[in-house]
Design a protein around this ligand. Sequence first.
Ligand SMILES: [Zn+2]
Length: 61
Amino acid sequence: MASEFPGCILCRRFCSAGPSIYVQGCRICQDCEKKIVSVTVDDPAYEIYVEKLKEIWSQAG
Ligand SMILES: [Zn+2]
């Protein structure tokens, strides 16, 4: 039942080149990783990232 999305799960871009981090087997590109680590809780984007990461973690069972 392993269906790995080939691109970044946050921006949905295909990112095979260059290093990327994996969260529970899901790829996150460097762009998004940078955004995640630099975003503040005041930023509207923060909530979006948190929701996405929650989805990943809840699927990881
Ligand atoms: Zn991305």
